[in-house]
Design a protein around this ligand. Sequence first.
Ligand SMILES: Nc1nc2c(c(=O)[nH]1)N[C@H]1C(S)=C(S)[C@@H](COP(=O)(O)O)O[C@H]1N2
Ligand SMILES: [Mo]
Length: 366
Amino acid sequence: MTDNPFLTTSTRNTVAEFTREEVALANRNSGALLETLDCDVTPTGLHYLLNHFDVPVLSAADHVLEFSGAFDAPFSLSMAEIIDLPQITRPVTLECAGNGRAGMTARPLSMPWMYEAVGTSEWTGTPLAPLIERAKPKADVKDFAFIGADFGYDKGVPHFYGRSLTPDEIAQLDVMLVWGMNGAPLLPQHGAPLRLIVPGWYGMASVKWLTRIEALTLRYQGFQQVETYRFRTHEHDLGKPVTRIHVKSLMKPPGVPDWFTRARWLKPGPVTLTGRAWSGDGVPITKVEVLLNGVWQEAELSAPTDRYAWSAWQIEWQATPGQHELACRATDAEGNVQPLNASHNLGGFANNVVHRVTVHVAEPTA
Ligand SMILES: Nc1nc2c(c(=O)[nH]1)N[C@H]1C(S)=C(S)[C@@H](COP(=O)(O)O)O[C@H]1N2
Ligand SMILES: [Mo]
């Protein structure tokens, strides 16, 4: 029994590292279970959640999407009219910009994600760009604001959750107006009855409970656009906006877990390590390396099911008795590689440090 490192209970008595507020946020905003990384499509109920305010439970029968502001031909659409528009379904990997925040030293206080704020769903809806065209934006339009039905306060500022995209961004990104997820209507927590999906960008742009698209002749100044989601190094730094997803990979934790620590127990012998890798803006993954016995080795990569969906990878490993630290890191077609150490910014955004998994390899004790 001396080789069972899971017998210790001392870590259960350590002082809580996280604040009450972080724990409460973590209870509201669940993450994906990493054991589902084998699935091309994350099972619907396991897709991560990030809801800033209270989830509005809206009625699809009464819901209206309004085009307002600097349009020459503004109009409104009911859900029945939206569902009648040309329909597309595509798998898109969505990741929260705050994913990895808890792994930063000098952890910013917000939703304390470790690795799990990512998932892939088959989103069904209609392309957004033709609808914007149909509303005829005036020549001097500089921004389109997307406003959700959820309202609350952040840093004392009351606001509806809202984000914007410029005309150039609308032209470049394959933005979808979405009402379906994995073959079923959107669930309330994922933005029912209507949301935006901005493929290739971090999740904050994919506004849920969408009620209004407003054309603006000045840049949108909403809280979620200008006050947060920026790479800031100090309080008075305006910072660059957070946009596209940074290259990343995750490993499905091999073996079985210890309930409390989640450390892994693995039998000696051959094991297939698997996981997923993705990057932003539809840039393909070109390489995934796995740290085995202290050496980075190239994994076998599968083609993704869609330009905006993650890629599966796998590699064989001969697990030898003892404690090992495994890690994976991805490279994309633009040469971006995951860093070995987390960088820091005030908001705790876009931490794409390599995923490390500690495994204990020994014969099972029962
Ligand atoms: N209206 C509204 N839209 C929103 C949010 C929100 O709080 N309110 N959260 C955003 C963030 S930060 C992310 S990461 C994604 C998460 O989408 P999901 O909960 O469906 O995974 O939704 C985005 N859209
Ligand atoms: Mo997010």
